[in-house]
Design a protein around this ligand. Structure first.
Ligand code: NAP
Length: 246
């Protein structure tokens, strides 16, 4: 029960990696606050999380909308007086070669992935500063480091998250707040389920461990980055990719 008495906001926590992060935090005693757009799966997740004896709260929030995020964070602070951890996980893809990419697909990906990270961090970190305590973990991607054909918007958003992470870590380190990023490789979720089997086979050949990652692989690293075990780690980008990118 490493996180008993702590609370955590997980954005995009209903599905995929976010869901696994939420469940793993709950298993360790943290109260869970989810920001997501979908409600399908919410009741099942609530049941699983409450079975661990912790609180579950869901807010239908579009992380790309600054005022929506601000309103909910203020409400949470009124209720609990603190946010201990923030996991900026919500993310989308809208892939196309740049030559065919619509301006709206560029804007949408940047605003959910990058501006969403700004919106949530800015609204939460001011309260962490008051408490002189907190950890933020931003979910980037190996694509933000190595780029990918057809993903200029996604790669730019994920590279932006890395610069953001390091800058914020420098701003708040003296206040005992740590900010790190995780760069997952190829993880089994709805986001990758849509890929044809041949593409999955080709990618798997590039992974020294020879397999796709599981959402729990990312979640475990996320818990480590919020725990006392990583007390002196900030401003880092930790790869979770089976060795895909070294
Ligand atoms: P996923 O299964 O598609 O889940 C993403 C979650 O984010 C969904 O619940 C989604 O809800 C939510 N979301 C989307 N837009 C949102 C918004 N504007 N406001 C609030 N919530 C929103 O994706 P995943 O594979 O778990 O990915 C999680 C994170 O890991 C993402 O940032 C992704 O870029 C990153 N990542 C994933 C992989 C991978 O291989 N899977 C690799 C590297 C990095 P809706 O259903 O309503 O959209």
């Amino acid at each position: 029960m490493e996180f008993k008495g702590k609370n955590v906001i997980v954005t995009g926590g209903i599905r995929g990696i976010g869901r696994s992060i939420a469940l793993n935090f709950a298993k360790e005693g943290a109260d869970i606050i989810i920001f997501d757009m979908i409600e399908e799966g919410k009741d099942e997740l609530k049941g699983l999380i409450e079975d661990y004896g912790v609180r579950f709260e869901y807010f239908k929030v579009d992380v790309s909308n600054y005022s929506e995020v601000e309103k909910v964070v203020d409400l949470l602070i009124e209720k609990y007086q603190k946010i201990d951890f923030l996991i900026n996980n919500a993310g989308i893809t809208k892939d196309n070669l740049l030559i065919s990419m619509q301006e709206t697909d560029w804007d949408k990906v940047i605003s959910v992935n990058l501006k969403g990270t700004f919106n949530c961090s800015k609204n939460v970190v001011k309260y962490m500063i008051k408490k002189r305590y907190g950890a933020i973990v931003n979910i980037s991607s190996v694509i933000g480091i190595m780029g990918n054909k057809g993903q200029a918007n996604y790669a730019a958003s994920k590279a932006g998250i890395i610069g953001f992470t390091k800058s914020l870590a420098k701003e708040v380190g003296l206040r005992n707040i740590r900010v790190n990023a995780i760069a997952p490789g190829f993880i089994e979720t709805d986001m990758t389920k849509v890929l044809p089997q041949e593409v999955i086979n080709e990618y798997s050949k590039l992974i020294p461990m020879g397999r796709m990652g599981k959402p729990d692989d990312v979640a475990n690293l996320c818990l480590f980055l919020c725990s006392e075990r990583s007390n002196y780690v900030t401003g880092q980008v930790i790869h979770c990719d089976g060795g895909m990118l070294m």
